[in-house]
Design a protein around this ligand. Structure first.
Ligand code: UD1
Length: 338
């Protein structure tokens, strides 16, 4: 059975469906702090299988020990974490406690297990900061984090590397995501941001749905072709599939190293204005937007070098930006009853 922490969240829920499609049995552990229990029904609709579920905060060590005792866990995919950059600056202690406490408790369970359990860690391209070379490959230096959130990802990777060195045969793959967007083609699951979305695509779809009068583009005076920031937007189903490939790589003993890192992106950079353009094309709508000030902490451009993920992991993206935005829009229309 594969333990998926945070399995009711955006990337987690899509990964659960991809795991089930490949015949893996899943146990979701989620504390519902940033997710809804109805996502379980969505997963069941998308895959035809209802996964096992335990409501638990991973800081509850007794509860976690019980879960490991009562289930035969053969792999762990760890998503559960706080992820709002701005909030992490206001509440650093809560972020370190939650994100690192949860990780440490999970690794402590691995340490106790009769044989080490393969572990996939949710990391982020945020660890590269403003990279000197584009596209960004895995040997680009990790730069000082710009937020406590980003720091929890960097420290999380360091904790796992130390654990791999200390626990015989413990194998970890850290996946550094670029910008996941979109929804499952069944439209049974998608992104459910709590409150005002901070990320571009949910803000676009919520504006188009009438929740906000307009989108503010955070700066058009960057040194890029159209002046707006460039990111690598990856369809969440492509990203989900990478998790299954990574897990199977360890389960089948195919990893070259006990600790491996892969960048997960499409390899293609898109500017904020190109994303708006693509959204307008697939939705047939005109999006209301204005150009505003730069957002503090934004890097100019970030997109992935996909060579290692393609050649070593043996995975590549299959879905386009248009497809991702079309699915995000369908999902928004569904949840707003439009
Ligand atoms: C952000 C986080 C990153 C985190 C990731 C998780 C920051 C600075 N970075 O990445 O650490 O790992 O989310 O998903 O918060 N934009 C607008 N208007 C908006 C919203 C966004 O113009 O209302 C622009 C941003 O300036 C940026 C692009 O859209 O250029 C993408 O923004 P976003 O979706 O927040 O992702 P990142 O900043 O790449």
């Amino acid at each position: 059975m594969i333990l998926v922490t945070g399995g009711l969240g955006f990337i987690g829920s899509h990964t659960v469906v991809s795991l089930q499609e490949k015949g893996h049995e899943v146990l979701i552990v989620d504390d519902l702090s940033n997710s809804a229990i109805e996502v379980l029904d969505g997963i069941e609709t998308a895959s035809g299988i209802r996964p096992a579920f335990e409501e638990l905060n991973l800081q509850n060590t007794a509860g976690l020990a019980r879960i490991f005792k009562n289930n035969d866990i053969s792999g762990i995919i760890h998503f559960a974490a706080f992820k709002a950059v701005g909030e992490s600056v206001q509440k650093p202690v809560a972020y370190y406690q939650n994100n690192l406490g949860s990780l440490l408790n999970l690794v402590a369970e691995v340490e106790k297990a009769a044989s080490p359990i393969p572990f996939i860690f949710s990391s982020s391209c945020t660890v590269y900061g403003e990279a000197k070379e584009l596209p960004i490959n895995e040997s680009a230096p990790v730069q000082p984090a710009l937020s406590p959130y980003g720091n929890t990802k960097q420290i999380g990777e360091e904790i796992l590397l130390d654990a791999v060195n200390a626990i015989a045969d413990f194998r970890v793959i850290a996946l550094r995501y670029f910008n996941p967007i979109g929804a499952h083609p069944s439209i049974a699951i998608g992104e459910l941001p709590l409150g005002k979305p901070q990320n571009l695509v949910p803000f676009i779809t919520q504006t188009a749905a009438g929740l906000y009068p307009k989108l503010t583009v955070f700066g058009n005076d960057y040194p890029t072709p159209d002046g707006t920031n460039i990111r690598d937007y990856i369809h969440v189903v492509d990203l989900a599939e990478a998790h299954v490939v990574a897990l199977e790589r360890i389960l089948e003993g195919k990893s070259d190293d006990d600790y491996e890192v892969f960048n997960l992106g499409t390899g293609k950079g898109s500017s904020v204005l190109q994303v708006i353009d693509s959204f307008e094309r697939v939705s047939g709508l005109k999006l209301a937007y204005e150009i505003g000030l730069r957002r503090e902490g934004d890097v100019i451009a970030a997109y992935a070098d996909t060579t290692k993920a393609n050649n070593v992991l043996g995975w590549k993206t299959k879905r386009s930006l248009d497809e991702a935005l079309a699915s995000a829009w369908k999902w928004e229309q569904k949840i707003r009853n439009l």
